[in-house]
Design a protein around this ligand. Structure first.
Ligand code: GMT
Length: 379
């Protein structure tokens, strides 16, 4: 198949899922054309069957807000026509699904019925999308997509709850490449981070409000009172300054490392003992799955799709959003009970294997085939 993938070129979340999916599809012999405003972060090396089309445009002083959606729709028309795509797969509804709808309409005028699949990732539904600023367009473009997928059962339910969606939604969970994320010997890293054998606690995110970075810091402060530990904070975003300030106020700076955006998150997870994800909302929690693949138990909230990934008293513990006392208590329990830590490590890997990339990518291939068939019947 010739597949167009529209995504954000970001380091985490939907951008990473879209890029890893595209790379896996290319490895399986498909031609994959990425369309984005920048080269996707995980597309750093040449790969056979992978192409990148940048959405760029000359700005004009009249535009207080550059019309990205229009430029993207035009680029999609161009790529479909000249690369002869079989299907467009957009990741994150805003504004990708509506841009794909415009492109589809233009192409229909030229006698081409290009199938469009939209994958909903989370905040495009639960946070930004359901705001009145966007909701009419999100509802419309979901209903106009030929196929719609969500990354968890919980996100599917929320989509039906928040929007008047008439489409059938297919749940295709996110996935993990177990060859890239695995526990391996990184002893020199461990010694550099925790020279006195301290436990290593980790959090990675885009440091947005929904991630509740304050909770991460407060949980860690409580852990520190009971066990020697280091906190690795990986990533960057609007809440980082506040988190730095909080660490100063709590006088725990010597035990906290702000590492910023890191390419090789797997290398850090390989030395971690516990992962914290106290998010306000989380449709899936890909970062938690990455941790589990590296045999790291997870202390998380029970928001959104997290109970589908992190299993209570098995791969970690889940608590109500904001219940930092319980999260800290469970974290201390795991870190201070060696037998439990080892058992949870094993369970985490067993659970991660259920989301193996080799099992999930064929689900997308089959879904594309069914949508292409459906569009052919309609022609
Ligand atoms: O985490 C974010 O806020 C980024 C966002 C995105 O779309 O880039 O992530 C969402 O998509 C990820 C990949 O499907 C999911 O693993 C995250 O749970 C989801 N984030 C939220 O729902 C907050």
């Amino acid at each position: 198949m010739k597949i167009g993938i529209v995504c954000y070129p970001t380091y985490g979340g939907s951008g990473v899922v879209a890029t890893e999916l595209g790379k896996a599809l290319a490895t399986r012999g498909h031609d994959v054309h990425f369309v984005a405003y920048e080269q996707p972060a995980r597309l750093s090396h040449f790969m056979q069957n992978v192409y990148f089309h940048e959405v760029s445009f000359t700005n004009y002083p009249l535009f207080a807000f550059p019309p990205y959606e229009t430029a993207l729709a035009s680029k999609l028309v161009d790529v479909v026509l000249f690369q002869k795509l079989d299907i467009i797969h957009v990741h994150y509804a805003i504004p990708h699904a509506s841009a794909a709808f415009i492109a589809k309409k233009i192409l229909l005028e030229k006698g081409i019925n290009i199938p469009v699949v939209t994958t909903l990732h989370g905040t495009d539904i639960t946070l930004v999308g359901k705001d009145v600023t966007f909701s009419p367009v999100v509802t419309f473009s979901i209903n106009q997509s030929d196929g719609v997928t969500t990354v968890s059962e919980s996100l599917k339910e929320q989509t039906y709850e928040y929007f008047e969606v008439t489409k059938d939604i297919e749940v295709i969970p996110n996935f993990i490449d177990l060859a890239a994320f695995r526990k391996y010997d990184k002893d020199h890293f461990k010694k550099a981070i925790a020279p006195n054998g301290e436990r290593i606690v980790m959090h990675t995110s885009n440091f947005r409000k929904v991630k509740r970075i304050d909770d991460v810091v407060h949980i860690f402060e409580r852990i520190l009172k009971k066990t020697p530990a280091k906190l690795l904070l990986v990533g960057d975003g609007p809440e980082r300054k506040k988190a730095e300030q909080l660490c100063r106020e709590l006088a725990i700076c010597d035990h906290v490392l702000f590492l910023g955006k890191q390419q090789a998150v797997g290398e850090l997870l390989a030395v971690a003992d516990l992962f914290l994800m106290p998010s306000e909302t989380e449709s899936f929690g890909l970062a938690a799955l990455e941790a589990m693949a590296c045999e790291v138990p997870v202390i998380s909230s029970n928001a959104g799709g997290l109970p589908e990934i992190n299993l209570q008293n098995d791969t970690g513990f889940l608590s109500d959003v904001g219940n930092i006392e319980e999260m800290a208590m469970n974290a201390i329990d795991i870190l201070n009970t060696e037998g439990k830590l080892q058992q949870f490590r094993k369970n985490a890997l067993v659970q991660a294997k259920r989301f193996d990339i080799d099992a999930i990518v064929p689900l997308y291939e089959n879904y594309y085939q069914s949508i292409i068939k459906k569009c052919l019947v309609l022609e």
